[in-house]
Design a protein around this ligand. Structure first.
Ligand code: ADP
Ligand code: MG
Length: 137
């Protein structure tokens, strides 16, 4: 059993895709251990993506992530981190495999519909950024 942080990013929320994306995770056997709709401030987006602070796209990314509501979730299941990354597809939707969420729903490498933690260490930090232990069940 493993947990990972998933975000339905503002582009996908704007397109009314929350239900479709959550249904996909459930169909794939991942369980929603916690879920909340949030509208991040610029500062909160910067905190979440602090590891990317030196990247040239940091300003664009944090503007986008604070541009509207998003949904933050904890997904739980066997190998949940890797499974979620597989369901999401490559960062750039143009390179994402057929049937992945980013292939289906993303418009660009920046506005790419979903976030998923990439390793156990980052999953722990990212889950902790949004949820208290008592909210996971
Ligand atoms: P992933 O979300 O697949 O783990 P990264 O961790 O590399 O990808 O990047 C974090 C997020 O930053 C991406 O999901 C995307 O929203 C944005 N991003 C990544 N690369 C670029 C880029 N070249 N231009 C604009 N935005 C980018
Ligand atoms: Mg990443």
């Amino acid at each position: 059993m493993q947990r990972t942080l998933s975000i339905i990013k503002p582009d996908a929320v704007k397109k009314n895709l929350i239900g479709k994306i959550v249904a996909r995770f459930e169909e794939e056997g991942l369980r929603i251990a916690a879920m909340r709709k949030v509208h991040l401030s610029k500062r909160e987006a910067e905190g979440f993506y602090a590891v990317h602070a030196e990247r040239p796209f940091f300003g664009e990314l944090t503007d986008f992530m604070s541009s509207g509501p998003a949904v933050v979730m904890v997904l739980e299941g066997d190998n949940a981190i890797l499974r979620n990354r597989e369901i999401m597809g490559a960062t750039n939707p143009a390179e994402a495999a057929e049937g992945t969420l980013r292939k289906l729903y993303a418009d660009s490498i920046g506005e790419n519909a979903v976030h998923g933690s990439d390793a156990p260490e980052t999953a722990a930090v990212e889950i902790d950024y949004f949820f208290r232990a008592t909210e996971l069940n």
